[in-house]
Design a protein around this ligand. Structure first.
Ligand code: ZN
Length: 78
């Protein structure tokens, strides 16, 4: 995202035509910025630390349990 240095409005993309190439323009004031180089912005990715749902094995013992899905399938077939 690029902003107008004159008024601070968000710049919009003007696709190139026969008279001019691809450029950014301000919809409010007459500012125009021709695009000469490829616009690249790199941001380093910081991975989020994974938080365990159960931190200890004792908490897993008291966790809610579901029925065995294999037994449910046989129940519907009969
Ligand atoms: Zn402007």
């Amino acid at each position: 995202m690029e902003f107008c240095p004159v008024c601070g409005m968000l710049l919009q993309i003007d696709p190139g035509t026969g008279s001019h190439r691809l450029r950014l323009f301000c919809p409010v004031c007459p500012y125009v910025c021709p695009i000469q180089n490829k616009i690249v912005k790199k941001a380093r990715l910081v991975k989020k630390e994974v938080e365990p749902i159960f931190s200890t094995a004792d908490e897993m013992k008291s966790a809610p349990k579901t029925a065995d899905p294999g037994k449910l399938d046989r129940g519907f077939a009969q």
